[in-house]
Design a protein around this ligand. Structure first.
Ligand SMILES: [Zn+2]
Length: 365
């Protein structure tokens, strides 16, 4: 491992700099965040521009007459805060030409160009299981293919119905009557060259015994017979195998639920959520008389499904590249109300007494 001064850095192209006497403001355009530092060095913007990805750090500092101890401290700070990236390898021109926007995005999650290549590799090689190709799953599949995921296991036992078209992505009138797994496979391969394992089957108690699957991330987008039922099955299988999993969310007309991310052993599991939410719901319903109506028909609105799916996909992206500290739905339930564009959050703690992930739990790890 080379020391900081023997490394090559580049000022990230997404960073805008504003210098004023004694101060430097750095605006990270990708995440729209500012970082301001006090500095008694004039001409810092000119200095930072010299970090062009070709010159060793010590040469930049020597040319500017900056003390190497101070310089090293400054470079480390700017690297840790995603202003300078460590250029420890080059991007292949053909990869950069095709994926420069994704590369630019990933640079905000890592500290070096080799970190970017590693993340691209994880995206393209990690098999992702998507269960349920409905109003959320179809959008999630598309979003992940657009993000560079190239190995899919798609599970659904349904065919495309004309009533699906207003809210599910990738289905057109000519697809009515076709298997959803076939249509989505075709759709994904129109986006990028990818491997798709199609399973025309329904998730039930025997599913994981019938199919021997190898995947790095599961996204549950199945809601038949209920989201709770499918979540429990996927949650339990993934806890046994220590595989990260996401609950792809649901929607009720204007309200969208963004499901939780679970990192086995590190975060609240599906059972922790269930217990905590039961308590919250019980308190909310105390003294309330409930009118049960059978065969209720609830409206659905395509754009709200897309919101739920896009946030789920963003979480999947972070898990796949290993950016766990950036997850927004870890130990957290999120609701989005599209009518008012409001987000609400409920924090859920990992429960030490949990029968799955607690210290005496079945899947404690
Ligand atoms: Zn738990």
């Amino acid at each position: 491992m080379f020391a900081v001064l023997d490394r090559i850095y580049r000022l990230r192209s997404s960073v805008a700099l504003v210098e004023s006497p004694g101060k430097l403001e750095m605006f990270r355009t990708n995440v729209r965040e500012s970082l301001r530092i006090k500095l008694d060095y004039e001409g810092i913007t000119g200095l930072l521009a010299k970090f062009d990805g070709n010159v060793f750090a010590k040469n930049v500092l020597d040319d500017a007459g900056i003390d190497s101890v101070d310089g090293e401290e400054l470079i480390t700070f700017l690297n840790e805060n995603h202003i300078l990236i460590d250029v420890d390898c080059s991007y292949l021109p053909e990869v950069f030409a095709e994926k420069y926007r994704t590369i630019n995005l990933i640079e905000d999650y890592v500290f070096s160009t080799s970190g970017v290549i590693e993340a691209l590799d994880k995206l393209s090689t990690s098999p992702v299981l998507i269960v349920g190709l409905g109003a959320v799953g179809t959008w999630v599949a598309t979003n992940l293919a657009q993000s560079g995921v190239a190995n899919f296991i798609l599970v659904d036992d349904d065919i495309v119905d004309i009533s699906n078209l207003h809210r599910q992505d990738g289905f057109f009138q000519d697809d009515v009557g076709a298997k959803k797994v076939d249509v989505i496979e075709r759709r994904l391969q129109e986006i990028l060259k990818c491997n798709v394992l199609k399973i025309f089957d329904r998730l039930d108690e025997g599913f994981f015994a019938r199919h021997s699957l190898n995947f790095r991330l599961a996204v549950n987008c199945a809601d038949y017979p209920s989201v709770d039922y499918t979540t429990e099955l996927i949650g339990e299988y993934c806890m046994q195998k220590e595989i990260p999993h996401l609950i792809g969310g649901g929607y009720n007309l204007h309200l969208s639920l963004i499901g939780q991310s679970v990192l086995p052993g590190k975060s609240a599991c599906v059972r922790c959520f269930k217990r905590a939410l039961e308590k919250i719901n019980q308190a909310d319903l105390e003294g309330v008389k409930k009118l049960n109506r059978l065969n209720r028909k609830i409206g659905s609105f395509g754009p709200v499904c897309a919101v739920s799916a896009s946030l789920t996909s963003s979480e999947a992206f972070k898990i796949l590249i290993g950016a766990f500290s950036q997850l927004a739905t870890l130990n957290r339930r999120v609701e989005f109300r599209i009518r008012t564009a409001d987000f609400t959050f409920t924090e859920i703690e990992k429960n030490d007494d949990c029968e799955w992930c607690g210290t005496s739990g079945r899947y404690f790890c």
